[in-house]
Design a protein around this ligand. Sequence first.
Ligand code: KG4
Ligand code: ZN
Length: 357
Amino acid sequence: MSGGSGLILAVESSCDETAVAVVKDGRRILTNVVASQVALHSATGGIVPEVAARAHLRWMIPVLEQARRDAGINDWRGLEAIAVTEGPGLAGSLLVGITMAKTLAWLHNLPLVPVNHLEGHIYAAWLLDPGEDEKPAPGFPVVALVVSGGHTFLVEMTDHLRYRLLGQTVDDAAGEAFDKVGRLLGLPYPGGPAIMEAAAGAVSRDRVFPRAWLGETFDFSFSGLKTAARREVAKELGIDVAQMGSDGQDLPDSAVSELAYGFQDSVVDVLTKKTLRAADEIGARTIVVGGGVAANSVLRSAIEMQAEAHGISVVVPRPGLCTDNAAMIGAAGFFRARAGARAGADLAAKPSLKLAR
Ligand code: KG4
Ligand code: ZN
């Protein structure tokens, strides 16, 4: 491990958030600026890649300037490295952040460190907010559950940057299921927060959705939930599923809430039980949860409660650090930088990059 100031400037643009952060020693956030495109994409009910890439171009420099001002970086020589998300994500979106990071590294003669976005979601658990009290870092072995819009998997971490894949989704990601079912129920984009809110208002809780256990594996399957939701909606409307349109069904609020509850309950149940079983099996000291779906308060408390009963500690970052941000790239980037990871001017976007096999 080489030394240095420990200060990493990180750039993230893999999906629909344009983000720049400065993080010290892989943990302490100095600044974490995120320009969200949620309002832009809610009009289309989802992300249009071309629109996302253009918005990154519009916001990248103002976001960088704000981060630089907030962190008081006047002399770039004080930084140890520039970290950037190289993948996975949308090619055009990734390219904007990568080009920005390459330019900064070249201009200021700093090492360029490529980071896997999924690794970033895990390392969000290491972060400390500005002013937050010090606390111990997650103890290894760690079981990490990553639940985002594009990915859902469980990995074991025996040490920093060492991952062993335990299981993954065989079809939709958990966040994708939230988004699809949200759209079906006529809720705004993104579906995750909207379903959570609708579910909280459910009076009756007897609409039970199926659980895909997939035997004793640590794999997941969520695509059946969309089919189950369609069946429930058709029943509610008193029509045949085949006659039903695809999205934005007009249902009474009470039915939306009950269906949102049943759906969320199924996702949370499967994620929680599989994560706990994996943690027990490998003798994990810590469970770490990351990715946009980890912002879900029902999932957070279910995992926390279960883990407490098993004597395992849990770290779920605050919701703003579960969804896409650059501070998590700065945390992972620090450990990558110290392990000697370097990229050159030929660094390319890797839309389908994997974390572990
Ligand atoms: O990690 P993320 O910000 O972006 C990706 O890398 O995909 O995750 C976005 C996903 C979306 O599918 C969104 O619906 C979901 O996270 N999400 C939630 C919640 N907040 C965001 N899902 C469930 N409950 C939430 N509160
Ligand atoms: Zn993400």
